[in-house]
Design a binder for this molecule. Structure first.
Ligand code: MN
Length: 320
């Protein structure tokens, strides 16, 4: 492990692939052999690259689309097996790894039960959901049993991007995908899809029903901190009372720095949400570790605020 003359560092949007879950993805994903090697590794290669960048702990989650595009009969046993295998990897390196569960969201009751099993029996810190479940956004009432269980367990649910639904892809992006395939994913499509997911969660009333429900968004909040004032203003127009959108966002969401090492964007997030809501992450192995920790070290922040972002806020939220 790196020298200790620095704040403790926890990163929490760090991915791997379970071999059996990855078999369901099709051949188009992770064609780069170096990337695939890192997704498949839960041992020496991963820990060596954490040490090289000064990352003490990774909270590990499956990569997109995880189990969100599977039918219930497939997803329920597969998510269980994948979570059990991730648990074994965490048990082998308990000082370096923790886990977010994969959930079989196609069967919401089973997903709530699996969340409870993963947290209570396996020691997982919450769960990650990758985009809509077979086209249905997470705010749909069928998924609320998962929110109820997350609230009861007091663990966060992390909404991670996945590719836009086909109708959106066709209408918004297809003209440019030949030359710029990233437009559909990390360059823009992921952001729109996941920001929409966050907005829909707030509009659904789920946080009125579950006032203890905690959500995490990556990529500096998928642009929502920048947009929250305007969304709130527009939703308030012509309404009986001002919208609670902005307050609800700042009360129920935490955001991570995964794959978005922009100092001006971070400053906007701190001003909108407060520094206590920002959690350091990299998005390994899709993003390499060293630029993330280097960026944090060079930020114009006090040591106290930097330490909150690097691990203090996460320790509190995930009770680590
Ligand atoms: Mn990610």
């Amino acid at each position: 492990m790196a020298a200790k003359n620095r704040p403790f560092v926890i990163a929490l949007e760090e991915h791997y692939w379970d071999a059996d879950v990855a078999k369901t993805f099709g051949s188009g994903e992770a064609r780069d052999p170096a990337l695939r090697q890192r997704l498949d590794d839960l041992g020496a290669l991963r820990i060596g690259e954490m040490d090289e960048a000064g990352i003490d702990v990774q909270v590990i989650s499956h990569g997109a689309p995880s189990t969100q595009r599977l039918d219930a009969a497939t997803a329920v046993p597969l998510a269980k097996r994948a979570n059990d295998r991730l648990h074994e990897a965490v048990r082998a390196h308990p000082e370096r790894f923790a886990g977010f569960a994969a959930l079989p969201t196609a069967d919401p009751k089973a997903a709530a039960d699996e969340l409870e099993r993963a947290v209570a029996k396996l020691g997982f810190k919450g769960a990650m959901v990758h985009g809509p479940t077979n086209g249905v956004f997470f705010d749909d009432k069928r998924f609320w049993p998962i929110f109820e269980r997350a609230q009861a367990l007091d663990v966060p649910l992390y909404i991670h991007p996945s590719s836009p639904v086909q109708a959106v892809t066709d209408a918004y992006y297809k003209d440019y995908l030949k030359d710029f395939p990233q437009l559909l994913t990390a360059a823009w499509g992921y952001t729109v899809e996941t920001a929409t997911h966050g907005i829909r969660m707030i509009l659904s009333g789920a946080f009125d029903r579950y006032p203890g429900l905690k959500m995490i968004l990556g990529h500096l909040g998928e642009s929502l901190p920048f947009s929250a004032w305007r969304i709130n203003m527009a939703l308030s127009r012509g309404a009986d009372k001002p919208s609670a959108f902005r307050d609800t966002f700042c009360e129920h969401f935490w955001i991570t720095t995964s794959g978005n090492f922009s100092t001006p964007a971070l400053m906007c997030c701190i001003m909108e949400m407060g520094v206590d809501r920002i959690l350091f992450s990299v998005d390994y192995p899709f993003v390499p570790n060293p630029p993330g920790t280097k960026w944090m070290a060079d930020l114009p922040l006090s040591l106290e605020d930097r330490t909150k972002i690097l691990s203090g806020n996460t320790k509190r939220l995930l009770r680590m």
